[in-house]
Design a protein around this ligand. Structure first.
Ligand SMILES: CC(C)(COP(=O)(O)OP(=O)(O)OC[C@H]1O[C@@H](n2cnc3c(N)ncnc32)[C@H](O)[C@@H]1OP(=O)(O)O)[C@@H](O)C(=O)NCCC(=O)NCCS
Length: 146
């Protein structure tokens, strides 16, 4: 298993894998090929895939805005789960964010995603119940909830 940086050539396989995962949230703009290409251009050192001889077994989109790190769409394909692969991808991403001098990392996970929440708890990501998550759409987005 090769943990390596993602390239845009991985996109189709990754997108198919994301669509096979339950309880994740996507949209038609940020998760389009163009959206992911833009994300990779801004974050060339912090997006990783687990590559099993050409099969994408897992992916983590790590990025930063120069101050905070953010993780999106962590996923491991069903047949590769419970083998520590998710943990390895998180470690690669956090090391890369540290190398970018980022000191804190956040992420979002649906409250009803028990697997995701158990996983992130194990990785040391705590829940902040003193904050409200607020956002504003700057354009129309079509949600794709899996
Ligand atoms: C969450 C996910 C990425 C975990 O990947 P993984 O490779 O199976 O994770 P690991 O093998 O590294 O698991 C590490 C720890 O996470 C916890 N964990 C992982 N899957 C779990 C599950 N189904 N139930 C409870 N705890 C779980 C366990 O504590 C596990 O440690 P253990 O193996 O010593 O018990 C994977 O289940 C997945 O892709 N799910 C669908 C997408 C998703 O929900 N992503 C996260 C939200 S964005």
């Amino acid at each position: 298993m090769d943990i390596r940086l993602m390239t845009i050539d991985d996109y189709d396989k990754i997108y198919a894998m994301w669509m096979s995962c339950r309880n994740m949230g996507f949209n038609d703009v940020d998760d389009s090929r163009e959206g992911i290409e833009r994300f990779l251009r801004r974050n060339p050192t912090t997006v990783f895939v687990a590559d099993d001889n050409g099969t994408i077994a897992g992916v983590i989109l790590g990025g930063n805005d120069g101050r905070r790190g953010f993780i999106h769409h962590m996923a491991v394909a069903e047949q590769y789960r419970h083998q520590g692969l998710g943990t390895k991808l998180v470690a690669a991403c956090l090391d890369a964010l540290r190398a970018e001098h980022i000191s804190k990392v956040a992420l979002l996970v649906f409250k009803y995603n028990d697997t995701g929440n158990a996983f992130w708890e194990k990785q040391g990501f705590t829940v902040r119940d003193d904050l409200n998550y607020r956002n504003l759409a700057l354009r129309e987005l079509v949600r794709i909830d899996t």
